[in-house]
Design a protein around this ligand. Sequence first.
Ligand code: IPE
Ligand code: IPE
Ligand code: MG
Length: 248
Amino acid sequence: MNYKEQIDLTKVPKHIAIIMDGNGRWAKEHNQPRIFGHSKGVVSVRDVVEGAGEIGVKHLTLYAFSTENWNRPKLEVTALMQLLVSTIHKEAENLNKNNVRLSAIGDLSSLPDSCLKELNNAIAKTSNNSGLNLILALSYSSKWEITNAIKNIINDVENKKLIPTQINENTISDYLCTKNIPDPELLIRTSGEIRISNFLLYQIAYSELYFTDKLWPDYRKNDLFEAVVNFQKRQRRYGLTEEQIIAE
Ligand code: IPE
Ligand code: IPE
Ligand code: MG
């Protein structure tokens, strides 16, 4: 089924976040090494980024590498970093053509120099684009992000830049990596795992969660459209009653 035509383009989520999972199992199913699955996943990224742009999503955050992923076998980590470098290098021009602005969240200083250099190049190259904001979560984990935020808040309080009684929910948001980016309305996870794996814990407080069994290398823009159609059928109540929402 073609889901794009079922989307109400006036109610597309401004921000969609995706936990791209299942590359390793996909490779196993195809009797290939895990890194083969990761390379195939790049095709999905390209297609989904294109699809998100087509329906007018403003921010797309992709969980590409978690803090915990550093603990994988060294061979896989090295191969993933190399894949990241080559993909960013190859795709930068394409992103530019499609008016996509690249950014990144996470402990970027822990990335290998070659990776950080390529990333910063692509970020600079696409910085004036006005279309989709593609945010890569790299060496990211929510607990790391929140810990950092708390340290920075304490620092600013000590330096009298922040008054403790004035701290509210928005102040906390301002100290996260996603400062200035609205919280995701929709969070998608592929591969059938029903967990968050340390991703955007504060930001997804009221996100709609969507889980699909599809493995990431099989995921395409039509699957994204299907998730958006599903999202649009939900009633977001924010603690209110159904009657209150209808009356609004
Ligand atoms: C997601 O796929 C990609 C990364 C975490 C880097 P996985 O590599 O986790 O694939 P599975 O979960 O082992 O199938
Ligand atoms: C989450 O996937 C991280 C990314 C998709 C980058 P994992 O495969 O690492 O998560 P767990 O280990 O299943 O929770
Ligand atoms: Mg996984």
